[in-house]
Structures are given as C-alpha cells and as structure tokens.
Design a protein around this ligand. Sequence first.
Ligand code: SAH
Length: 351
Amino acid sequence: MKKIDLKSMELPEIKTLFGEMGEKPFRAGQLYSWIHQKKATEFQQMTNLSEDLRRRLAETCELSAFQIADRQISKLDGTRKYAFLLSDGNIIESVYMKYRHGISVCISSQAGCRMGCRFCASTLDGLARNLTAGEMLEQIDAIERDAGERVSHVVVMGSGEPLDNKENLIRFLHLVSDENGGGISQRNITVSTCGLVPEIRELAGEKFAITLALSLHAPNDALRRTMMPIANRYTIAETLKACDFYFEQTGRRMSYEYSLVRGVNDRPEHARELTGLLKGKNCHVNLIPVNPIKEREYRETMAPDVDRFKKELEKSGINVTIRRRLGADIDSACGQLRRRIQRGEVRKEAE
Ligand code: SAH
C-alpha cells in the first residue's frame, strides 16, 4: 500500500487525517511542527507524540527525506550543487548559494521538463514527472541539514516548469511560507516561468507576495520562437499582458530574465527592441550570459557586449542587473548534473 505523504499535507488536512485515526486535533499541530519547524526526518524523534501514535504513523505514512546522490562544492564561491535521489529512483538537483543577505536555495519543480527551450539541459530528456509539494520542500530541508544553516531565500528556478505543476507549486508555497510551517517570507521567494499565460493569471489570483520572473530571452516573437517552443503558443504581447496583470493583482514588481546568446539575441537592436517592450513598466531585468551546454550550439555573450546591452536598457530608465555567475567551476547550468549522474558519468563526492 502506498504510504501517505505527510510532508505535502497542509495542517487542516492532517487534522482531518488525525480525526479519522481517532487522535485529538492538537496532535496534528504537533506533528506539523515536527515536520516543518523542527524538520524531523523520523517519527521516533517526535517525543511529544505517544509511542503508539509514532508506530502507527510509521506504518502508514512517510516523511520523504532525501538521500544525497552527489554534492559538488565550488572552490570559487562555496556554491553547492546537490543531486538528490528520490524514492522512485528519479534524480533531481538543487543549488545552495551564499549571498550577503543570506542563504538562497534554487529548487527543481519537476524531474526533467517538457518545455523544450533550446539552451536548457533540463529539457533534453523530456519530463519524467512532477514533484510533490513535499519533494519541493525537502530540497530546502535536506540542504539545511547538510549545510547546518537556515535557508532564507528560495528561487524556483531549477529543473522543470513550475506552472506546468501548478497545484503542487501552490501547495508548496503555502507550506514553505506558513509561519507555523516553513516560515520563509513570501517576499524572499521567486518563481520563474517560461510563460504559461493562463497559469500566470491563475497564480496572480492566489495573491501571494512572491516575485514572479518571466523568462523572456528575446524581444520579438520570431526570434523567441527559435529559442523557446512556448513562444508558438503565446505571443510576447499576451505574455506581457499577463505579467502586467500579475503586478496589478499582487503589487509585486515583475522580473524579466534575459539569457544573452552570442550573435543571437545580444545585438544593440535587440536591446532597443527590448526597451520598447519594457519601457515605463515597474520591473526588473536580469541579464545572464547563457551557460553553454554541449548538446547545443549557443555560446555566451562576452562581457563588453553584456555591458553595452545593459547600458542601452538603462538609458531608458529600466532597472537592470547582470546576474553574477556563481559556481562556475561546477555543473551549474540547469539539469547538467542530473543528466551526468543518470548516465553514470559523475565521480562521487567531488569536492
Ligand atoms: N521553467 C522555468 C524555470 C526553470 S529555468 C523558466 O523557464 O523560467 C530558470 C531560468 O534559467 C530560466 O530563465 C531559463 O530560461 C534559464 N536557463 C535555462 N538554461 C539556461 C542556460 N543554459 N543558460 C542560461 N540560462 C538558462
């Protein structure tokens, strides 16, 4: 029999479950706190629950703690890339980054991805499956256990398209930001999407105080279609309209991600066209020289051209940052480590 996935359950659901088990509702609160605040990985740790209840929970429920399949630590900046082994044998990856403002973790929302972006390694083998809310949370918790530090910021920018797994994403966002749960401020959470328009609008309706990042990467539909299949489904105009709606509904300023690919989308005329799209919007643009993957021909834009691109946007008053490249000496491009492990190419515990 499949065990009950407690880590993906919200408190009222655990209360219902406990009711069915003949337990008092306040016990559900104790269990929830053990899982999300004290980060217990085994029922035996839950000493304020009776021996009998702990035993019954262990028989019927699971806490889904991950095993570390691989860990690479950057010698340059301490960035850590983790590969975790899931209970069904799938592998996912997550990244730990240290900033002045705290510790940020980049998590995956799916094992693999079906969006097909040309520059991205996560999508090369397609989608294996959606991650549960508990599996999204456990990436943070497993990293906290390993690093011995509290995570303050979360970016859902690892493998997968979070809005292609919207229900589990929303459940995850509730659990991770609940003050009696994960306790991470919604303001410190960013979700990145390649631009699923109806789902952006639905997420806006949830009124989270999280930041939404849109992976734009091109200033016109023709060019975007050569880089991202999603551009065949939704035009830039309707995508930006959905982003405006997100801002109106939540008051959260949009982030636009733009990966610069040498000779493809990094020319001055592209910067001017992008300015035309974003001028006057309350938004932020992140420029990221593309991280080349060996399966594709894309190469990164050189630093002077990145600077020129940035200045062109700034001339029109657009907020722009160039994403600092962390973990340049480890497999930091999305999906690279996972693929190498699945193909048996990775050496163990490279430090
Ligand atoms: N599916 C979501 C989130 C995961 S990807 C999305 O598309 O936004 C997170 C970000 O990394 C996206 O902006 C994505 O376009 C970008 N990205 C993926 N592969 C990259 C690479 N090789 N170099 C630079 N950016 C990349």
